[in-house]
Design a protein around this ligand. Structure first.
Ligand code: G1P
Length: 291
């Protein structure tokens, strides 16, 4: 049995070029799905899985993320004056406790692998979770929680997987698995952004990981890979030579909010399920589609 994971890393330094001009001054992780920014969904997912320390790897223009997880005295005072009890309790509930958040900067956009490596001193010798906030899952049990039960049983490294149409594999990291072992999905190979004809399967790496700290040492010497960037998948492939990797097929709906279509679909899907606006929104959508 492995010890529960207590630390999570959130790489939030990306430039968000696919969402310009919305992301010119605002980080893409602050784009909202219904009424919460993407980064908050990821933090809540980590909390649900037992995480107590949240490490954000930020970049320029990202101070607003730090502010989002801080107490806003002026706002609180105004809400108190107006007796807005519900809003106050939402904000209090969402606020991390003192010392639970840490921030470091990726000074140059050198890729996901480099962003993760920037957190190495905060991680030290402990295994950690990694969540890419662009990738949102709508599910009963959060994606990371689906993975921690596997991790606590088998230890090692765990990667969240999701089946995508074969023609989409070139956009993601893709794994090969050992079909012989039905009890556990054992990963035997990984490739970042393969050509469609070279992809070993249509099981993509969906942005949730539990990694051993040795990944940091490998990232420190990792050469550039796909897209001229330091790729996490390439370092994981090296780690696979001496540590196991298991996969968990994530149960739920996955939205790639790094694309406009994925982001819009996430908004529609989460709005349809929203306790306050769900029913009215369904009617509004039906009315729109009639025209
Ligand atoms: C990253 C990872 C890739 C993964 C994807 C999920 O790619 O490198 O393996 O499948 O996230 O979103 P990126 O989206 O940064 O190009």
């Amino acid at each position: 049995m492995a010890n529960p994971i207590k630390t999570a890393v959130f790489p939030v330094a990306g430039l968000g070029t696919r969402f310009l001009p919305a992301t010119k001054a605002m980080p893409k992780e602050m784009l909202t799905v219904v009424d919460k920014p993407l980064i908050q969904y990821a933090v809540e997912e980590a909390k649900e899985a037992g995480v107590e320390h949240f490490i954000f790897v930020t970049g320029r223009n990202k101070n607003i993320i730090e502010d989002h997880f801080d107490r806003q005295y002026e706002l609180m005072n105004i809400l108190k004056e107006k007796n807005k009890i519900d809003q106050i309790s939402i904000l209090e509930h969402d606020l991390p406790s003192a010392g639970q958040t840490s921030f470091t900067r990726q000074q140059q956009p050198l890729g996901l692998g480099h962003a993760v490596w920037c957190a190495r001193h905060m991680i030290g010798k402990e295994p950690f979770a990694l969540l890419l906030p662009d990738m949102m899952v709508q599910s009963e049990v959060g994606a990371l929680k689906q993975m921690t039960s596997q991790y606590e049983k088998h230890g090692n490294n765990v990667v969240g997987l999701y089946e995508v149409p074969h023609e989409d594999v070139y956009q993601y990291g893709v794994v090969k698995i050992d079909e012989q072992d039905p009890g556990q999905i054992k990963i035997t190979d990984m490739v970042e952004k393969p050509k469609i004809e070279d992809a070993p399967t249509n099981l993509m790496i969906m942005g949730r990981y539990i990694l051993q700290p040795e990944i940091m040492m490998l990232l420190g010497t990792q050469n550039k890979g796909a897209g001229g960037e330091i790729q996490l998948t390439d370092a994981m492939l090296k780690l696979l030579e001496f540590q196991g990797f298991s996969g968990v097929k994530i149960d739920g709906k996955l939205f790639d909010c790094g694309s406009k279509l994925g982001f819009l679909s996430a908004n529609v899907s989460f709005a349809l399920e929203h306790p306050e606006v769900g029913t009215d929104f369904r009617n509004a959508i039906k009315a729109l589609l009639k025209n």
